[in-house]
Design a protein around this ligand. Structure first.
Ligand code: RIB
Length: 289
């Protein structure tokens, strides 16, 4: 591909409200002593920024509320020149918010209040006729909207099945690339069998495996790092994998690139604030076992 990959991301935009504590609370437990921070987030926006920072031209489609959280949530996409003309501002609903707790080992718990993301629909989506090399979505939008996209969008259609929720088989049949983590792979189980899609299983610190027609075709380890905050690492993997796959066409190289980018994203706090540059990914690529 001679031009930078052109990627359309249709997905969620959130403001992440993050408390950093020593230990994640158990049900019914109160944990104090945390430090609070606000970061731009949302799986859609995170994947859009990851792809943009790694060289793609990216257009974001979604919804935010007419509130101050929207400005914060979109700030890094704007600063990095993601095309935001497809983001609709809605009166009467709040921008999506994620309440996140991160522990000393960088692990997290996340609760999302979808707000305006729940209003992403055929009527609130801008014109989808543009010329893109790939369309990427996740599952923080209504299922009906994902079905509409599967029926409507032409060209390479990629879905990160996160967070897992029941999905019509037609949608999975339409996808060209599906990305799942271990929890999501277990959730969909047999629904992932017999699909035409390239299926990527991410394994966190253990890397990622690509399957086509039920057979493993490539795998990559992840560089060994000491994580500060794993929030958004999976989103960074997805954005990086798609950019590398569109640029080079090699699944094996794209897996390694995605794993290096995902590892790099764990080295700083926050989802979008931790997304690596190309140089940072390349520095870690050399360390992949
Ligand atoms: O994948 C991480 C993201 O999940 C966070 O940024 C949060 O907003 C939730 O959508």
């Amino acid at each position: 591909m001679k031009h930078p990959p052109r990627i359309r991301v249709i997905g969620s935009v959130n403001l992440d409200i993050v408390a950093r504590v020593h230990t994640l609370p158990s049900p019914g437990e109160t944990v104090s002593g945390g430090v609070l921070a606000h970061y731009p987030g949302g799986k859609g926006a995170n994947q859009a920024l990851a792809a943009r920072k790694l060289g793609a031209e990216v257009a974001m489609f979604g919804c935010v509320g007419n509130d101050s959280a929207a400005g914060q949530a979109l700030s890094l996409l704007k600063a990095n020149h993601v095309d935001l003309t497809g983001v609709t501002i809605l009166d009467g609903v709040a921008t999506g918010v994620a309440l996140i707790v991160v522990d000393a080992a960088g692990e997290n718990q996340i609760v999302v209040t979808p707000g305006a993301n729940a209003s992403v629909s055929p009527s609130t989506l801008a014109d989808l006729s543009g010329d893109y090399d790939a369309t990427l979505c996740q599952l923080e939008l209504p299922v009906e909207t994902i079905s509409y996209l599967a029926d409507t969008v032409t060209g390479l259609f990629c879905i990160n099945l996160a967070p897992a929720k029941p999905m019509p088989q037609d949608v999975l049949n339409r996808a060209d690339i599906l990305v799942v983590n271990e929890t999501e792979a277990a959730f969909y189980g047999d629904q992932l069998n017999g699909l035409k899609a390239l299926i990527i299983h991410t394994l966190g610190a253990d890397g990622a495996i690509a399957f086509q027609n039920g057979k493993e075709i490539a795998r990559s380890a992840s560089p060994g790092v000491v994580p500060v905050d794993t929030t958004g690492a999976g989103d960074t993997f997805v954005g990086a994998f798609i950019v590398a796959f569109l640029s080079e066409g090699s699944v094996a190289n794209a897996l390694a690139y995605g794993c290096a980018a995902g590892a790099a994203a764990t080295l700083k706090a926050g989802a979008q604030t931790s997304m690596p540059s190309r140089d940072e990914v390349e520095a870690l690529l050399g360390l992949t076992a």
